[in-house]
Write a new protein. Structure first.
Length: 107
């Protein structure tokens, strides 16, 4: 996974064309890049992000942030209640408790 200025890129190799091609995965805007070597694909990734940010600046638009820090999660009501009870037992809000649980899951 490539990382640059808060954006992440996914790369795949096309054996038939003998080229790496990639895409920025954490924005709704389409940002792609390609190269024939690891150095080229890393450089193309960074240049694509920079070009995107320059393009947004020129148009007076805010670039899409990779993530806002908010997401909606729908769960069955009985699970929602169980989660709330666990959070309450720990002395935390449901949001803070879930953030801690999620952090543990991804580290």
């Amino acid at each position: 996974m490539l990382k640059y200025k808060g954006y992440s890129g996914r790369v795949e190799y096309d054996g038939e064309s003998k080229i790496f091609h990639g895409e920025v995965i954490d924005t709704k805007d389409v940002i792609t890049f390609q190269g024939t070597s690891v150095n080229e694909i890393e450089k193309a990734f960074r240049e694509s992000i920079d070009d995107y940010l320059d393009f947004c600046r020129e148009r007076g638009e805010k670039p899409a942030k990779p993530f806002s820090g908010k997401f909606v999660l729908r769960v069955p009501s009985d699970l929602h209640h169980k989660l709330y009870i666990q959070a309450s037992k720990s002395g935390k809000s449901l949001n803070n408790w879930l953030v801690d649980v999620i952090k543990k899951a991804v580290t």
